[in-house]
Design a protein around this ligand. Sequence first.
Ligand code: HEC
Length: 162
Amino acid sequence: MKKILVVVPALAGLLLGATLTFAPAITQAEDSATVVHERQQLMKNFGGAMKTIGGYLQGGIGTTEEVAAAAGVIAEGAARIPDLFPAGTSMNDVMDPKTGAKPAIWEQWDDFVADAEIAQARATTLQELALAMDDAALGGAFEALGNDGCGGCHKEFREKLE
Ligand code: HEC
């Protein structure tokens, strides 16, 4: 018998006082490949954005406007992370393409979402500082984004693919 499970994360969150959320559900193998590609592309874009920001800070390359735009790419992208990790798309579920998404993501979904929110918050802070051309504070904000934002999540939830 075929079971159809419909999960409405936002609504469920509201009904449960926003303390419990669920990973969005996925049904087809084709969809899983698409979503894995999409989130890996998003992460690659994050890598490019970090390179832009690091280039400004360490090599004086580019402008604060470019730093602000790069931070904006991360802030906006981080908000999309939970939707790009539907249940059933861990590294144990999807073999093609290879994914580095650990099963822990779905075992500790709330922590994973919280890590995405931290990345979003750190990127927003960095964006605001860049827009204010506060060069003195940018280095610390960049480090915080890398360590708490990217690193905080990767440490627990990402298996590095070769
Ligand atoms: C909330 C968790 C989370 C945050 C925040 C996060 N990542 Fe990731 N990242 C992951 C996971 C999980 C994967 C593995 C995805 C996959 O292979 O399906 C990944 C993969 C990657 C990859 C490899 C992509 C590929 O093509 O295989 C890069 C590069 C990356 N992240 C960069 C970043 C950078 C830079 C940041 C911060 C600006 C960041 N990530 C923030 C969870 C996160």
